[in-house]
Design a protein around this ligand. Structure first.
Ligand code: FES
Length: 162
């Protein structure tokens, strides 16, 4: 899938009501935000990502990268997904223009927030439902707080742009 296809037909778009974990990140570069949900399952004795979904108040590139990322992390363990960089998450879409690099980094940040928001020690069967608000706007109104498993992170602005 190339960038145009991912923009025209984003995958895994929307809230996941039965998610195990969720992460929300805002970009200080553009003010956009992305929220990403993760659901785990047991497979062959390993806890792997069953599915992921996202909402975005972001540009089309962020939507395309989030779409690709939610596809790429399926079947991976939490640790494997944590090792994926923004470049890896967007790699199938082709190289991003320099002014769009931060869009991919915002998606990577949301993925990390979601992955780190859920303890690896919690068995899938006993993981409680995620107490999150219904929309990304709720996360925006709660920005700066950590409520339940919702982890909101505002990334560092690169020194070269401050
Ligand atoms: Fe804000 Fe791309 S310009 S996420």
């Amino acid at each position: 899938m190339n960038l145009e296809d991912a923009i025209a037909n984003p995958q895994n778009l929307g809230e996941m009501t039965d998610a195990d974990s969720v992460g929300t990140v805002g970009s200080p570069d553009c003010g956009d935000m992305v929220r990403l949900w993760i659901k785990y399952k047991e497979k062959d004795g390993r806890k792997v990502i069953d599915k992921a979904s996202f909402q975005s108040f972001g540009c089309q590139t962020a939507i395309a990268v989030a779409s690709m990322a939610t596809e790429l992390i399926r079947g991976k363990t939490r640790e494997e997904a944590l090792q994926m960089s923004a470049a890896e998450l967007s790699q199938p879409l082709g190289p991003l223009p320099p002014m769009k690099i931060h869009c991919g980094q915002m998606v990577e940040g949301a993925l990390r927030a979601a992955l780190e928001g859920e303890s690896a020690a919690v068995p899938v069967s006993s993981a409680p439902a995620t107490p999150v608000g219904p929309t990304l706007a709720d996360a925006l109104s709660a920005a700066g707080k950590t409520a339940g498993k919702v982890k909101i992170v505002f990334g560092e602005k690169p020194a070269s742009q401050s």
